[in-house]
Ligand binder design. Structure first.
Ligand SMILES: NC(=O)c1ccc[n+]([C@@H]2O[C@H](COP(=O)([O-])OP(=O)(O)OC[C@H]3O[C@@H](n4cnc5c(N)ncnc54)[C@H](O)[C@@H]3O)[C@@H](O)[C@H]2O)c1
Length: 328
């Protein structure tokens, strides 16, 4: 099937375009290239433009006739969203609204939406977070995603069916022969930053908080391989194509790794220690964020295949490769 992939020149979008292509689908990427990479668009055509441009979206619907849309396009830096909320509310909520309206008008009524664990805010307990956990985002990034989820749901009356996929921490990369991987600027995610310090690209990695109530005192997060995320998006398309109802599903492994476990996995993969410095906790960082992904298992028949070592090893191969490439 033809699938419009907004944000398909970015990290998770490009890996999902790969998975679509491999499964015999036709991904059409819509990306403004504000944070995208031309080298990451290799599995189908690129339409360069903004998701908020309703005329463009109408044209894309008429020309390409996609049966479904996977909406990744967004800004992704939580800290920046706190400093500049308007930027995030505009891009991640208002422009998403315009996109969803234009899709509806263009007759495209199946959407898979990139949401996030940030819609939950601070967890009420240490238990894995299920979809019915209270949704109280603590930053504009999470707020904008929650608003977009709600708006998309409100289009049900017009025949729109959608699945919001709430990812926890995406990491890892496709096999290196694909030549795609995580390349954010600035890079705020732990795994790339640990590896870039290990490779000497950065002086050190800063580790925040060593007195959390976790097994080794460092914060615990649920890391999910980007290829597992991509597979979940394909399962979500199948679910909607089979008539599945609008819903939201968490995507995570349900186990989680601490910051020190990530650093140890990186040291194992690199064969040496990672230069690091220890700092106090950062405000707003909860001790644990782990997904209860039972709903995705039940509704989508999806479960993750890769573990932390797979994630770190694939990410290391990518960062080694990307350092040798002038195009980055
Ligand atoms: N990376 C994670 O760990 C993570 C976790 C939870 C949720 N998410 C969500 O997953 C999605 C993809 O994240 P990513 O890490 O691949 O980010 P990314 O920055 O690599 O990709 C986002 C892409 O969207 C494009 N874009 C942004 N605004 C646009 C607009 N208005 N019009 C057209 N294109 C636009 C960018 O150019 C970029 O190519 C985002 O919606 C993000 O919020 C990511």
């Amino acid at each position: 099937m033809k699938v419009l992939v907004t944000g398909g020149a970015g990290y998770i979008g490009s890996h999902t375009a790969l998975a679509l292509k491999k499964a015999g689908h036709e991904p059409i990427v819509l990306d403004s290239m504000v944070n995208g990479h031309a080298w990451a668009v290799k599995y189908g055509p690129l339409v360069e433009g903004d998701i908020g441009d309703a005329e463009l979206v109408a044209r894309v619907c008429a020309e390409h006739k996609p049966e479904a849309v996977i909406h990744f396009a967004a800004f992704i830096e939580v800290g920046e969203s706190v400093a500049n909320p308007a930027k995030y509310i505009e891009n991640n909520y208002h422009k998403a609204q315009r996109l969803f309206d234009a899709l509806c008008a263009g007759g495209v009524k199946r959407v898979v939406f990139s949401s996030t664990a940030a819609v939950y805010g601070t967890p009420v307990s240490d238990a894995p977070i299920a979809e019915d956990h209270p949704q109280n985002p603590i930053n504009p990034y999470g707020e904008a995603k929650l608003l977009a989820e709600k708006y998309l749901r409100s289009l049900e009356g017009q025949g729109m069916r959608s699945l919001a996929l709430r990812y926890f921490n995406a990491a890892g990369a496709a096999p290196i022969e694909e030549g795609i991987g995580e390349a954010h600027d600035p890079e705020t995610h732990l795994i790339p930053n640990v590896l870039l310090a290990g490779l000497g690209v950065k002086d050190e990695v800063k580790l925040f908080g060593s007195d959390y109530p976790t097994r080794d005192g460092t914060a615990l997060r649920d890391y999910i391989h980007v290829l597992d995320l991509a597979a979940a998006h394909l399962a979500a398309l199948d679910y909607l194509a089979a008539g599945g109802a609008t819903d939201a599903c968490n995507l995570g492994t349900g186990t989680g790794s601490t910051v020190l476990e990530v650093v140890q996995a990186a040291s194992r993969a690199l064969g040496h220690d990672v230069p690091q410095s220890r700092h106090p906790r950062r405000a707003g960082d909860p001790p644990m964020l782990v997904a209860n992904a039972a709903r995705a298992r039940e509704k989508l028949g999806w479960s993750p295949r890769y573990n932390l070592d797979d994630i770190v090893e694939s990410a290391l191969a990518w960062h080694r490769f990307s350092q040798t490439r002038p195009v980055l």
